[in-house]
Write a protein that binds this ligand. Structure first.
Ligand SMILES: NC(=O)c1ccc[n+]([C@@H]2O[C@H](COP(=O)([O-])OP(=O)(O)OC[C@H]3O[C@@H](n4cnc5c(N)ncnc54)[C@H](O)[C@@H]3O)[C@@H](O)[C@H]2O)c1
Length: 460
């Protein structure tokens, strides 16, 4: 290890200054975790609103309580800025910018490029840079490295470079940053050790891998694994319906196998906002090597048709009862209630469902407020009253998780006159699937005509 690396190791283990680019759902919880570990954190974002809110100690991410953020900001442990020059004296720079898809499902790494350019303008000897954004294997070496080397600095000697995928699951209280092992791939052994030293501050376990491209691939494997398994269970739901078998009963019984099986549940959602896009980063990269991946495309095809499939179920069920889709009231709900602090990431029904149902996500708190406001005004003035809808949003597919048990307890919506319930839920009584309990508490006064619920008259 060079003397530069040794000095940086000591700073990273003691009271480092950490710069964080991208104060979003990944960046802000990380910033808070580092600040809580005793580091001084400078968050950089191009969004002036986010900068202002962090400066005001006001959280917009559900995993970060405002009281925690405000305490750290007041204590001077965490600041926010839109000026990249503020990062020139930091010991480590973590990049947590978005990685969406382009129009043809090709990787859009423009945010990474602009963040890398910004870092290249300030990087100096004795700094560690870690990319956290989900991206295709090779990004760290091909996009970041040349920009920093162009400054005349040597990787692994003057500055240090690594990739460490963010695996956070927003809203998951059971597996927080501290409990989720951090995979780290450094450009050189010194880069890896420095990154491991940094992350040891905020996580119980660091998992070193041989290089950045391996770490990049780990994240894509994890997300492709989920996407493919969600597609598999979605197709199982379709097959079970054709055969007149309850897919929920099948999954519930299969999940009793203590090894070799992991339950996933069908639904209209695409399993979060990452799953529909991340695997395409891998497809794109591998295609450049002349290989056409099949699982990813097939899983994507099945998952994307699920909203339309669910709409068809709704339409068929209404038809059977001589009811029209037009004017139907639909209660769509999910285990994950929409969170107003989450800026609408969840809480949106898949587009075809919204189109057919004129439905919208139902938030009990908003609803209660609206009811209170409309009290005393003319009947029907409550904009939520006409369409009380419990969320069946973009999180709908996926493995069971212990989500929001505390927050859910405080919520109790009392929707009325729903002829219909569509949504996905795990089997009642399963750990992490409080749906059964919630259901009884939130049951509409008049029973729905049909339901996707596993224990009501099943659509799936
Ligand atoms: N949200 C998740 O659940 C999750 C989980 C694991 C991994 N990831 C990955 O982490 C990355 C970040 O995701 P996110 O959900 O935090 O995104 P986000 O959109 O919530 O936040 C990204 C932030 O980066 C800022 N930004 C963009 N370009 C910038 C630049 N050049 N300089 C400074 N700030 C800039 C944006 O203004 C935004 O505030 C993505 O690659 C995502 O796939 C997300």
């Amino acid at each position: 290890m060079t003397s530069t690396a040794e000095a940086l190791t000591q700073r990273l283990a003691a009271t480092p200054i950490v710069g964080l680019i991208g104060l979003g759902y990944v960046g802000l919880p990380l910033a808070v975790a580092f600040a809580e570990s005793g580091a001084t954190v400078i968050g950089l974002d191009v969004d002036p609103t986010r900068v202002a809110r962090v400066r005001a100690g006001e959280s917009f991410v559900e995993d970060v309580p405002t009281s925690t953020l405000a305490g750290l900001v007041t204590a001077g442990r965490l600041t926010a800025t839109d000026d990249v020059a503020a990062l020139k004296d930091v010991d480590a720079i973590l990049i947590c910018v978005p990685t969406p898809l382009g129009k043809s499902k090709e990787p859009d790494i423009s945010y990474i490029v602009s963040a890398a350019d910004a870092v290249a303008g300030v990087i100096r000897r004795g700094q560690l840079v870690v990319l956290e954004s989900t991206t295709y294997p090779g990004t760290t070496q091909e996009i970041l490295l040349p920009r920093f080397q162009a400054r005349g600095l040597r990787a692994g000697e003057d500055f240090f470079l690594a990739f460490s995928p963010e695996r956070i699951d927003p809203g998951n209280r059971r597996y927080t940053l501290r409990e989720i092992p951090k995979v780290v791939g450094g450009l050189t052994p010194a880069c890896r050790e420095l990154a491991a030293t940094l992350y040891a501050r905020i996580t119980r376990q660091v998992v070193p891998v041989s290089g950045p491209e391996t770490a990049e691939m780990v994240k894509l494997f994890e997300n492709t694994f989920r996407s493919v398994n969600i597609a598999l269970v979605n197709e199982f739901a379709i097959m079970c319906r054709r055969l007149g078998i309850s897919v929920w009963e099948v999954i519930g019984a299969a999940a009793t196998k203590p090894f070799g099986f992991m339950p996933f549940y069908p639904g209209p959602g695409l399993g979060g906002h990452c799953l529909p896009s991340d695997p395409h980063y891998l497809s794109w990269r591998v295609r450049l090597e002349g290989y056409e991946p099949r699982f990813i495309a097939f899983a994507d095809e099945i998952n994307r048709q699920m909203p339309t499939y669910v709409v068809q179920l709704i339409t068929d069920a209404l038809n059977e009862r001589g009811r029209a889709v037009r004017g139907a009231r639909i209660l769509a709900r999910d285990r994950d209630p929409p969170d107003p602090t989450h800026e609408g990431r969840r809480g949106r029904l898949p587009r075809p469902v919204r189109a057919v149902a004129h439905a919208r996500a139902h938030d009990a708190r908003v609803d209660r407020l609206a009811r209170r406001r409309s009290r005393g005004s003319r009947p029907g003035a409550d904009p939520h009253a006409a369409q009380r809808v419990r969320l069946g949003g973009d999180r709908a597919g996926g493995a069971p998780r212990d989500r929001h048990p505390q927050r859910d307890r405080g919520r109790s919506a009392r929707p009325t006159r729903h002829p219909f319930v569509a949504g996905r839920r795990g089997p009642p009584g399963r750990p992490g699937c409080a749906a059964g309990v919630e259901w009884r508490r939130e049951k509409p006064r008049r029973d729905p005509l049909v339901s996707c619920a596993p224990f009501a008259s099943g659509l799936t």
